[in-house]
Write a new protein. Structure first.
Length: 267
């Protein structure tokens, strides 16, 4: 992507899934060249978030009516490396599913393969890790630093965030007991997880994640495996030009208070 930009490209169109889009984003950071997306992957979270349609054909028809939106990116920093992301970084539960995902099953079953991988974790105990954000400490077994409401193409975990914001909505899930996630998923499906015991939501520009010394904790960005903790995420303002439908700005969700949480932080 960087080579195409250096050669004078004035538009980059990417046909693929969220992982392919992530690769393109990392080659386009801080350029003025707009990125247009044509969904052709498994979940197509970004296309769903933008209401571009879930098929390549429908998205291609709407590209000509899209407008340029300058957006922030996330940056995941780990020892010896860093990677930008457009939508989300996940730590713990969902990253462990991605780490162990059967790629052949994914090709055949699509999103169902992720649900199978998740339910296969029932009965296990999840490692808990430390999260530092907004001057407070939390314990979680799953953390999602999201810039989109949509998760996996079907759920809304971060209900008040927008790509037009310059903060993450950080969603933290407590508890090592995997069966607690049945309750969490039910709350998310019913869109009642805001205020649910064991779930914390807050707005932040940075968050730091530290694993216990005796356990490995996995990380993912934009649905792609990204290694192990420790890690830090931060907002990189004004970092990418994205093509979005004209009405995207008017669909911006109501924002929550910047540092409100629904459970008490651990001091």
């Amino acid at each position: 992507m960087r080579r195409a930009i250096d050669r004078g490209a004035d538009l980059i169109l990417v046909a693929g899934g969220d992982g392919t889009i992530n690769e393109a984003v990392n080659g386009m950071v801080h350029s003025d060249v707009p990125l247009g997306i044509l969904p052709a992957g498994t979940a197509n979270v970004l296309a769903t978030e933008l209401s571009m349609g879930r098929t390549l054909e429908r998205a291609a028809e709407s590209i000509g009516q899209c407008v340029k939106e300058r957006v922030s990116l996330g940056l995941l920093s780990q020892p010896g490396r860093a990677r930008h992301f457009l939508m989300m970084a996940g730590v713990g539960f969902d990253a462990e599913i991605i780490y162990g995902l059967n790629l052949r099953m994914k090709r055949v079953l699509g999103k169902i393969a992720y649900w199978i991988g998740g339910f296969a974790k029932l009965g296990r105990r999840f490692p808990e890790f430390s999260v530092e954000a907004e001057g407070h400490s939390f314990q979680a077994s799953f953390a999602l630093a999201s810039r989109v409401r949509n998760y996996g193409g079907d759920l809304e975990i971060a209900p008040t965030v927008s790509l037009l914001d310059d903060r993450f909505e950080l969603v933290l899930f407590e508890g090592a007991n995997s069966f607690a996630y049945l309750k969490y998923i039910a709350g998310i499906v019913a869109r009642k997880h805001h205020g649910m015991r064991g779930i914390t939501l807050l707005r932040t520009r940075t968050a730091t994640f530290s694993a216990p010394e005796d356990r490995r904790v996995h990380v993912q960005v934009d649905g792609e495996y990204a290694g192990l903790l420790p890690a830090r995420v931060e907002i990189v303002p004004n970092a990418l030009t994205l093509l979005a439908p004209c009405e995207f700005r008017t669909r911006r969700p109501a924002t929550s208070t910047d540092t409100a949480w629904t459970t008490s932080p651990t001091r």
